[in-house]
Each structure stands twice: as structure tokens, then as C-alpha cells.
Design a protein around this ligand. Structure first.
Ligand SMILES: *Cc1c(COP(=O)(O)O)cnc(C)c1O
Length: 297
């Protein structure tokens, strides 16, 4: 474990993830280069930021000899899927505390989690909003035993630390790095890991996500003690809210797949990419700017 590679016996991870340039006349016209950081290729079960966010948490759980991971998420959460997969690969029991009521048959995300051994339990929306309350945490301990608790979306200081390792993997010079934002952990880490002179832009996929600024600040403070002033969040590209779509987003995704042979996940990366192209079209980047877009999934 001390060598930091205990996981390499269990899974083959594609790290550093590849960086490829996107050739697109809509960007070239504005003198902008776009590089894709293909975190989606890290591992089929642990894609993108989910591996980065889990890595140090899994190490911490092992160090504390905790064999069960408990976490929280919505019924379609990629984090729930990733924790279930990590449990199966690395030998942890897993429990998913799911917001809302049980619906049978299980949706594909939850069915995937259960197939990988995750036990599910449900919390009504009011209970879920109050998921830090000590009574709930005590109940989880009595029901599932001593465990390692991962917050919703997996965003804690160890997740920030994992994501902070991303920028150093990019050997090409760049100016700006873009990530989609759900809970803000990835943005907090990526921004913290940037060299001086570079900046990060997060694209919120939530409607009314303005609380995310404070959340990223909170995560950076907990992880590193200080807030970096090299990032901002764009709030105009949520297309109605989490997992919501609009015809213009769907059209963009179809057109992008035609041009580049790459189908963007509509929940996160598609909204970021739409936002990047919109900002470029509006002259938001000086000619000569190189942007990195992180394909988180
Ligand atoms: C979870 C997830 C995100 C959001 O990351 P946060 O750290 O919660 O902001 C972005 N993209 C994909 C594909 C994800 O699965």
C-alpha cells in the first residue's frame, strides 16, 4: 500500500489517461485549440473522476481496516455505480443509501450496483436532506456494522486530493481546463492542482446550482487549507437541471458524434462541451488559447 499501487493487482487502469486534440473548424475560426483529457477511458467500471475521487478514500478505508463502504446517492447516480464496482474489484462490502422510495424493477444503475453486491437502503427526501444527522449515522452503524462513510457524490477532501493529480498528467501546454460540475469535488481538486497562470472553468449541470461556489471553496479549504482564485463556475448550461435535456443539447450531441465519432454523455460532458463551444463562439477566449476539456465519463 505504501507504494500506492495496491490496486494495480486488481484492475488495469489507463493512467495517465490519453490526451487528444479535437479538430473542429468552429474552434479554429477563433484561434482556439481544444484538447480532450479522456478520463472516460480510465476503466469501464471506474470511469473518469470517479476513480480519482475514490482512490485515496479506498486507501484510507484499507488503512483503517474497514471492510464496508457506505455511501449516498440518487437512483441514477454514477457515484453509486462506481462505489459498487470498486467494492466488487477491491473486496469491500458496499451499501448504497438511495434518495427516495424503492421502485421495482430497479433501474439499470441500481440493478448494476446490486449485481456487484451492493446492498441498497432507501431514505425519503426529508430524511435524505438531513443525512448528516447522528441518529441516522448510528442507525447505519447498527444495521451495517463499522464502515467507511463516503459522502454523496464521493466529494470529500481525499477526493479533492485525487482530482488534484489530474493536471500534472497533461504534458502539453494549456491555459484553461474545463470540467463538468455535479457536487464540485472534481473542480475543487483540478483547480487546486493547476500550475500558476492556468485557470479552471466548471460547468454546473444543476439548475440553481449557485451554492456550488461555496461548496468548492469549502472542499478546497478542507483539503488544502486555502481557496485558490483560479476557477469559476458557469451556470448557464444546465439545460433545465440534472439529467434534463433540451432539443438544442441533443442536436449538439448528434452533430458532435457525426463530426468526431464520439458520443458525449448527456448528463455531464455534453453540457460542458456545449458550454465550451458557446463561450468560444461568443469570443470568450483570446486567440491562441489552448483549452483542455476533461471527459469525466
Ligand atoms: C460524478 C460525475 C461528475 C461530477 O463530478 P463532481 O465532482 O461531483 O462535480 C461529472 N462527470 C461525470 C461523468 C460524473 O459521473
Amino acid at each position: 500500500m505504501a507504494d500506492g499501487t495496491w490496486w494495480s493487482e486488481r484492475v488495469r487502469l489507463r493512467l495517465p489517461s490519453p490526451v487528444v486534440e479535437l479538430d473542429d473548424d468552429r474552434l479554429a475560426r477563433h484561434g482556439v485549440r481544444l484538447l480532450l483529457k479522456r478520463d472516460d477511458l480510465i476503466h469501464p467500471d471506474l470511469p473518469g473522476n470517479k476513480w480519482r475521487k475514490l482512490k485515496y478514500n479506498l486507501m484510507a478505508a484499507r488503512e483503517r481496516d474497514l471492510r464496508t463502504l457506505v455511501t449516498f446517492g440518487g437512483a441514477y447516480s454514477n457515484h453509486i455505480r462506481a462505489v459498487a464496482a470498486a467494492g466488487a474489484h477491491f473486496g469491500f462490502a458496499t451499501v448504497g443509501v438511495i434518495r427516495g422510495e424503492q421502485h421495482l424493477p430497479l433501474n439499470p444503475s441500481l440493478a448494476y450496483a446490486v449485481e456487484r453486491g451492493m446492498r441498497l437502503t432507501y431514505l425519503d427526501r426529508a430524511g435524505y436532506r438531513d443525512k448528516d444527522n447522528p441518529e441516522l449515522l448510528a442507525r447505519l452503524r447498527s444495521e451495517f456494522g463499522e464502515h467507511y462513510l463516503l459522502p454523496e457524490g464521493g466529494s470529500n477532501e481525499l477526493a479533492v486530493r485525487g482530482c488534484a493529480e489530474l493536471p500534472a498528467e497533461i504534458t502539453e501546454p494549456f491555459d484553461v481546463i474545463c470540467v463538468p460540475v455535479g457536487t464540485g469535488g472534481t473542480l475543487a481538486g483540478v483547480a487546486a492542482g493547476l500550475a500558476p497562470g492556468r485557470s479552471a472553468i466548471g460547468f454546473s449541470v444543476l439548475r440553481g446550482g449557485q451554492f456550488l461556489d461555496a461548496e468548492v471553496e469549502r472542499l478546497q479549504t478542507r483539503a488544502g487549507g486555502s481557496v485558490t482564485d483560479n476557477w469559476r463556475i458557469e451556470y448557464n448550461f444546465h439545460f433545465g437541471g440534472y439529467a434534463k435535456r433540451r432539443p438544442e443539447l441533443d442536436t449538439f450531441v448528434v452533430d458532435f458524434a457525426d463530426r468526431h465519432g464520439l458520443t458525449l454523455d448527456p448528463v455531464y460532458p455534453a453540457k460542458m462541451m456545449y458550454g465550451i463551444f458557446a463561450l468560444v463562439a461568443a469570443g470568450g477566449f483570446a486567440p491562441g488559447t489552448t483549452i483542455v476539456a476533461v471527459l469525466t465519463g
